[in-house]
Write a protein that binds this ligand. Structure first.
Ligand SMILES: Cc1cc2nc3c(=O)[nH]c(=O)nc-3n(C[C@H](O)[C@H](O)[C@H](O)COP(=O)(O)OP(=O)(O)OC[C@H]3O[C@@H](n4cnc5c(N)ncnc54)[C@H](O)[C@@H]3O)c2cc1C
Length: 399
């Protein structure tokens, strides 16, 4: 067996791993990316397309999302292929008097961090969304919510990074990772190829936990399924993409959900509707812990469509042409792990982005490259450090 040497090995060929590979090759590193199946085989090939700022809790995730949008604007110019970056803005619909003060507070906190977002009254909301059901009271509005085509972003990262020497190995997953005391990692694939590098980056999405087990690290990342219905091409319903306040609750605080059918809460359903540049609407979605099952089912799709027609009765004759499900990599505290793992020199985590991985891909790649290159970061990302894994391991040993 011949052993090939690289500066860095990225494990996982989703949007996160490809972004890391792009930024590392941009720093002159010799990079190998290993993907078990095919590029985009995980969540990045079975998701929506939003760079959604409004769904981020005020704090580090909102800051990162705003930085990431700025990077997408730069990538649009720098990458060799089109990525369909669009800036249509977004609205979150508020249905009840109970939701109103909660959303007003949420918006105030986001404004404090510099996000351009406001509350629209019914009249102004209907100017932007004339077809929305009359029962909807108000909405939020941010002109900054944007979207890209994740498949095109991945393809563009590949072409740009390959031009800088990226090697991609597909079709065989990593099965063994060994640390050698001379500060080098050896990564062995299922087909028994062996590679070495000073840096290894775990970007294996919902599989990042099983990968970390190869180096005796417990990473609490679980697959959270999202089911989506895709409509035929139709004219835009309004100016912006759309979410319900229940979507925000289901994403950030599912324990606060009340006043609706229990089955909607059990499946984690909140309305999310974004229109592709071709005219199809992606209508979502669920948030379910179902292991690695990527099937869709009649019950969930039926409830999702019911939610969509409740907000937009005009959709009742529109055809659904496809359904699909993807696995969000969900960490137990809702935050991704980005950075070096203490006690495993050169081993980095770039995983656990749950429903934010498309939005956060550029900033994640940029941060990992900056950390590997020992560059000063422009903001503090200690909250996302895998150091919290090591603390958890220690407290487990004590108890
Ligand atoms: C329905 C749905 C809608 C979503 N909508 C949005 C949205 O609008 N905006 C947003 O920002 N985010 C959204 N997300 C979340 C986003 O899709 C994910 O956060 C993101 O795609 C995660 O990317 P990743 O590269 O980290 O993981 P993945 O794309 O899952 O990639 C991980 C890769 O690792 C590979 N792998 C696994 N094990 C091994 C191994 N042993 N060796 C080698 N390779 C391995 C897998 O095959 C896979 O290709 C959505 C997700 C879903 C499911």
């Amino acid at each position: 067996m011949t052993v090939k040497n690289f500066d860095a090995i990225v494990i996982g060929g989703g949007i996160t791993g490809l972004s890391v590979a792009y930024y590392l090759t941009g720093e002159g590193k010799k990079v190998l990316l290993i993907e078990k199946k095919g590029l985009g085989a995980g969540a990045s090939g079975a998701c929506d397309d939003m760079i959604l700022l409004q769904s981020k809790k005020p704090g580090i995730l909102l800051t990162l999302a705003m930085e990431s949008l700025a990077l997408y604007r730069k990538l649009e110019k720098d990458l060799p292929l089109e990525i369909d970056l669009e800036n249509r803005g977004g609205m979150v619909f508020i249905e009840t008097q109970e939701q109103l003060p909660l959303m007003e507070n949420f918006v105030k906190e986001q404004q404090k961090l510099g996000l351009d977002v406001t509350i629209l009254d019914k009249k102004d909301m209907r100017k932007r969304q004339p077809h929305v059901s009359k029962h909807v009271l108000a909405s939020t509005y941010s002109p900054l919510d944007s979207q890209v085509n994740p498949l095109k972003v991945m393809q563009a990262f590949v072409v740009a990074a390959q031009a800088k020497g990226l090697i991609i190995k597909k079709g065989s997953g990593v099965s063994q990772i060994v640390f050698h005391n001379d500060y080098h990692w050896e990564v062995i694939t299922e087909d028994k190829e062996s590679f070495t590098a000073e840096f290894v980056i775990n970007a294996a999405g919902a599989w990042a936990g099983s990968l970390a087990k190869l180096i005796d690290l417990d990473v609490p990342i679980r697959p959270k399924r999202g089911q989506i219905a895709v409509t035929e091409k139709i004219p835009a319903l309004g100016d912006t993409n759309i979410w319900s306040a229940d979507y925000i609750v289901m994403k950030l605080n599912p324990e606060l959900a009340k006043g609706r059918k229990q089955i909607l809460n059990d499946l984690g359903i909140g309305l999310a509707m974004s229109q592709t540049s071709e005219g199809n609407y992606f209508i979502g979605g669920t948030r379910e812990f179902m292991g690695y099952d990527t099937s869709t089912n009649f019950l969930a799709i039926h409830l999702i469509i019911q939610e969509a027609t409740r907000f937009f009765p005009i959709l009742k004759n529109v055809h659904v042409i496809r359904t699909f499900a993807g696995l969000r990599p969900a960490s137990d505290d809702g935050k991704p792990f980005i950075g070096p793992v203490p006690g495993r020199p050169g081993f980095y985590m770039a995983a656990g982005h749950e429903g934010d991985g498309i939005a956060l891909a550029p900033i994640t790649g940029r941060l990992i490259a900056a950390m590997v290159m020992k560059q000063t970061l422009s903001f503090d990302v200690a909250e996302l450090s895998p150091a919290r894994l090591v603390k958890a391991e220690k407290s487990k040993q004590v108890s």
